[in-house]
Design a protein. Structure first.
Length: 283
């Protein structure tokens, strides 16, 4: 029996590899549009995703795809492009000491309360904030609003849905599981769904932190969580973001950053209040 196999060209494989010029161009466009400085992304990953995007649009190669992006600076394709380079490592109640601080802080503030999860990813952080509000405030369904934003539109779709694999909530107490989640049955076995009482507290929105528009207004937020995100920006962008966060916070408002982030030497508009927690001084 004779088998016919597709022909393979090693010369073509070599040509398909992205040139240093193209990789530098990709990195430049990512930073210009999102502020993200590319680090450990493998060339094969970039080539696979961007090559697929080019073929979907009927374009000859990645450089033609980049030309397409640049010709449409406000086009919808930018979201797909940036999604390739975002990192969505998150968990419920990640860095638990922050949520203890939040639980102590919220009852001290006057309503309405406005909280912002500025790098919400797939939603676990925002839902954790909502759980804390429900636990530490009476009638938390009144006067408590959480904005959950991210540049990654695919991650936000997961967040809006509020459905997770059961192992994502294995670290939560039985009390929290029973109060805030529904267990899937039948074809949904192995999944959990966030209850409506949490979802109704949260507004999900795509916001590019590096953009000049789309941000909440001045002095509008009591709390901002932006954790393990600014480490992917250069120093100039970090300073600009810290200044904008300070403008968005109400006097006495808190900014929570990641466990490996220390910005005390970058800003005078925010003061360090606790472990990776900054405060806009009261006026």
């Amino acid at each position: 029996m004779r088998y016919d196999f597709p022909a393979y060209s090693f010369e073509q494989d070599t040509q398909d590899k992205l040139s240093e010029h193209t990789l530098e161009r990709v990195a430049r466009l990512v930073q210009q549009h999102s502020g993200i400085v590319l680090g450990g992304h493998k060339q094969e990953t970039i080539q696979r995703h961007l090559g697929a995007f080019a073929r979907r649009l009927g374009l000859r190669d990645v450089d033609a795809y980049l030309d397409y992006l640049q010709a449409q600076p406000d086009g919808e394709e930018w979201a797909q492009f940036i999604n390739v380079f975002t990192i969505n490592h998150t968990a419920f109640f990640r860095e638990a000491h922050h949520f203890k601080t939040l639980a102590e802080y919220l009852p001290q503030r006057q309503r309405p309360l406005h909280l912002w999860s500025a790098a919400a990813s797939t939603g676990e952080e925002a839902y954790s904030m909502a759980m804390v509000a429900r636990e530490c405030l009476a009638h938390a369904d009144y006067g408590v609003h959480i904005l959950a934003s991210d540049i990654d539109t695919a991650a936000l779709q997961v967040a809006v849905r509020g459905v997770y694999k059961k192992d994502r909530v294995d670290g939560l107490s039985l009390e929290r599981l029973q109060r805030f989640f529904q267990r899937g049955k039948g074809r949904n076995k192995g999944l959990v769904r966030v209850k409506h009482e949490l979802q109704e507290m949260i507004e999900f929105q795509m916001i590019n932190l590096n953009a000049s528009t789309g941000w909440p207004g001045p002095s509008s937020m009591d709390v901002i969580f932006c954790r393990n995100t600014m480490i992917y920006f250069d120093r100039k962008t970090q300073i600009r973001l810290l200044e904008r966060f300070a403008q968005v916070l109400k006097p006495g408002g808190l900014l929570f950053v990641g466990h490996s982030e220390n910005f005390s030497f970058l800003t005078t508009v925010l003061r360090l209040k606790g472990q990776t927690v900054y405060e806009r001084p009261a006026e």
